[in-house]
Ligand binder design. Structure first.
Ligand code: SF4
Length: 218
């Protein structure tokens, strides 16, 4: 098994096993926490279905080109795994583990099945990726769609860009507190993301100090 597949497999198993130890109400608490993110994902999926489905199916999927699903080409965040396992059936999660264990290493992403991506809620990096051809074709003829896409990208940042407290970081912290670790916990081990968090924390602290320094007028 490649290193990439091992990382993925270990994390999926760890999440699945940990979730099994939680009570129904604890699982519901996590589901409540990700509710708004799931709504966001639903909106993105509807947007892509409406504007890109036909083009992507014709251009890439039908001829098995699937350029955006290259082998080991995507970053999967720990939160991606958690959200997906949480919302998937045991059978669906088992299928992911099964393909990760196959020795036949093709040129495409290990998760690309005959009918598309095997994830129920695919990684956010995949969901938000549009190739240049697709962008030019759709947004070139529909500026309103481009405007909507920009809005969705901004919303995505609210869950995934740690210049403020974000869900993806928070979900990692939950599992770390429970004694788990994963190489996919990039919000706690990626130098780039840690730097963003440090700078943002410093900025917040400075702003707080400034606000204390400002004396009320009355
Ligand atoms: S996870 Fe799914 S969408 Fe992402 S590259 Fe793999 S097959 Fe494609």
């Amino acid at each position: 098994m490649s290193e990439y597949n091992q990382e993925q497999s270990k994390t999926i198993q760890m999440v699945r096993n940990h979730l099994k130890t939680l009570s129904r109400s604890e699982q519901t608490r996590i589901k409540t926490r990700i509710r708004s993110y799931l709504l966001f994902r639903k909106e993105v999926a509807e947007f892509l279905q409406h504007h890109f489905s036909e083009l992507c199916t014709q251009k890439c999927y039908q001829n098995h080109y699937s350029a955006c699903c290259g082998r080991e080409g995507i970053t999967t965040f720990f939160a991606d795994v958690l959200v997906n396992v949480l919302m998937s059936s045991e059978k669906e999660t088992g299928r992911l583990l099964q393909v990760l264990g196959l020795s036949d290493i093709g040129a495409k992403c290990v998760y690309l099945g005959k009918t598309g991506c095997l994830w129920r809620i695919k990684p956010i990096v995949c969901e938000m990726f549009l190739c240049e051809h697709a962008r030019k074709t759709v947004f070139g003829r529909d500026p309103l769609a481009l405007k909507e896409w920009k809005r969705l990208r901004l919303r995505n940042k609210r869950y995934t860009w740690p210049n403020r407290p974000v869900l993806f970081d928070d979900l990692e912290s939950c599992f770390i507190r429970a004694g788990h670790s994963s190489t996919l916990m990039y919000f706690h081990n990626s130098p780039g993301l840690l730097r963003v968090k440090r700078l943002a924390a410093k900025k917040r602290e400075t702003a707080l100090q400034e606000s204390h320094r400002i004396k009320p007028l009355v």
